[in-house]
Design a protein around this ligand. Structure first.
Ligand code: ZN
Length: 257
């Protein structure tokens, strides 16, 4: 069964020229990163130290009212991400970009797709690697938050910075949405959803749209998700394991031909 689905997905990937990978916390879980919620999550089923649910602490409203509270959790999340390296799944997706048009739509803010070498990455929830000043607009790119004061200040004007991430209740970045639409309109040969439960409509929708347009769709996730019922191929396994098997098959095929 595992061999069969691995062969099928590898065949789809090999044949496709234009692929959209849609990724979520599950792909970074293989790099040892905790998800905020869900199995093994940082705030799984418990409230934060401030007694509030994580969605409230990390909301745009809280940041406007009490940015130091939001910042303390952003710093905690970043501390858990720090030092994490891309895993086999990130690397496989980056490697496929060498001879295919590969776009990554990710909900992850950990920067691991870019660290693995992917260039066409749509970070729909932003990234922790970029900070912007709310007063003077200066943008700063950072590897991590090591040595940051709390909350971090702009080195140009001294006012508070905020990371370029989408907080709960905030709008999605228009440029990211436009890039996603352009990829969908430009045509795709394959859509692969990896390590996401697809609870957000804008994450599930490309799969539905793809399916309706006759584009083959694949889901790689250990558990059932919101899009499981609608994809052509379901592979119940972890991201790194699946993508390793796919790349092995593609390499074997290349050697054999
Ligand atoms: Zn500034």
């Amino acid at each position: 069964m595992t061999h069969e689905i691995a062969d099928t997905v590898a065949g789809r990937v090999r044949e496709a020229r234009r692929i959209l990978f849609i990724t979520g916390a599950g792909i970074s879980a293989d790099s040892g990163l905790p998800t905020y919620r869900g199995t093994g999550g940082l705030y799984n089923g418990r409230l934060t130290e401030s007694g509030l649910p994580i969605e409230e602490v990390l909301s745009g409203e809280m940041f406007a009212r009490a940015p130091e509270v939001t910042w303390s959790y952003l710093l905690e999340i970043e501390r858990h991400c720090r030092g994490a390296a891309p895993n086999a799944a990130h690397r496989a997706i980056a490697e496929l970009e060498r001879d295919k048009a590969v776009t990554v739509l990710t909900q992850n803010i950990d920067g691991l797709h870019r660290a693995a070498g992917s260039r066409d990455v749509i970070e729909i929830h932003g990234t922790l690697n970029r900070l912007c000043c709310l007063s003077c607009g200066k943008v700063r790119t950072v590897e991590d938050f090591a040595g940051f004061e709390q909350p971090p200040a702009c080195d140009a004007c001294g006012r508070m910075l905020r990371p370029d991430v989408v907080l709960f209740g905030e709008m999605l970045p228009p440029a990211a949405l436009a890039a996603l639409e352009a990829r969908l309109l430009g045509g795709l040969d394959l859509i692969v959803s990896v390590g996401t439960t697809s609870v957000f409509p804008y994450i599930a929708e490309p799969v539905y749209v793809g399916r309706a347009c006759g584009i083959p769709t694949v889901e790689i996730n250990p558990e059932e998700t919101c899009v499981s019922a609608c994809v052509d191929h379901v592979w119940r396994t972890g991201a790194a394991q699946a993508m390793t098997a796919v790349m092995q098959r593609i390499r074997q095929q290349a050697l054999g031909s």
